[in-house]
Ligand binder design. Structure first.
Ligand SMILES: [Zn+2]
Length: 246
């Protein structure tokens, strides 16, 4: 293939811009904020689950406490009724009296037990309330942090997009000055090798970083300036410049 030395030099500009675009793309996808947000989202999911569990436990406990308190009330009512009977002197037979007194005793014990249950339930609710507050506070902090990180990510992305936009339009301009057949070859090599053209600098291919052997160098020396030469190692287009060491 033939192309003017100026067109060949354009390929180096193109390769620089392509490298810049690749670098920007990597930076965009590898932004630390992306990984940070993923970690935060995972934590937010854990918090959401923990909140559901805690809220369910709390409503179960509230129901249980309500039941225990109603039991206490019932027992208390019965004690009051028994006591009223005693106080009114309605019971006179000794056996009946003893039985009523023993019932009151046993009801009091039962009341004591139930009140202990209520107390225990209240303590458990208190510690769950504390946990709920902690989880809620963490969720709020996390949500604010996530908003901040997402804003940083978006700012970084729009800065990268802006740079990529500039590089893309520059690239269009440079590509427009490269003959179609040479551009096609460059694109084909770029598709398979990532980089389509490299400078020959001091006898070394800047694409694969290998020093050319004497035979290849002599062939390139002998080639006309408008001959498009390729690296024998990596097959990239080798662009000659005054720094090529020829
Ligand atoms: Zn090479």
């Amino acid at each position: 293939m033939k192309a003017s030395p100026q067109s060949q030099l354009r390929l180096l500009e193109l390769a620089d811009l392509d490298a810049e675009l690749t670098r920007l793309d990597h930076r965009k996808h590898g932004l630390p904020e992306i990984a940070e947000l993923a970690g935060m989202e995972a934590r937010a999911g854990e918090l959401k689950d923990a909140l559901v569990v805690t809220e369910t436990e709390l409503s179960d406990l509230a129901r249980e406490q309500g039941r225990a308190e109603r039991d206490v009330d019932q027992v208390r009512t019965r004690i009051d009724r028994d006591r009223a009977r005693l106080d009114a002197g309605q019971v006179s037979a000794a056996r009946e009296l003893a039985s009523l007194q023993s019932e009151i005793e046993s009801l009091r014990r039962r009341q004591g037990d139930l009140e202990e249950v209520v107390l225990e339930l209240m303590e458990r609710r208190e510690s769950l309330d504390t946990r709920l507050d902690e989880l809620t506070a963490e969720r709020e902090r996390l949500s604010a942090d996530m908003t901040a990180v997402a804003a940083r990510r978006d700012a970084a992305i729009s800065e990268i997009d802006e740079q990529a936009g500039k590089a893309s339009s520059q690239r269009e301009g440079v590509a427009a000055e490269v003959p179609a057949d040479l551009l096609k070859l460059y694109e084909q090599i770029r598709d398979t090798r990532g980089v389509g053209a490299a400078m020959l600098r001091a006898g070394r291919c800047e694409g694969c970083h290998l020093t050319l052997n004497t035979v290849d160098l002599n062939q390139i020396r002998a080639a006309a300036p408008d001959e498009v030469v390729r690296c024998e190692e990596c097959r990239r287009i080798l662009v000659r410049t005054p720094e090529s060491g020829l």
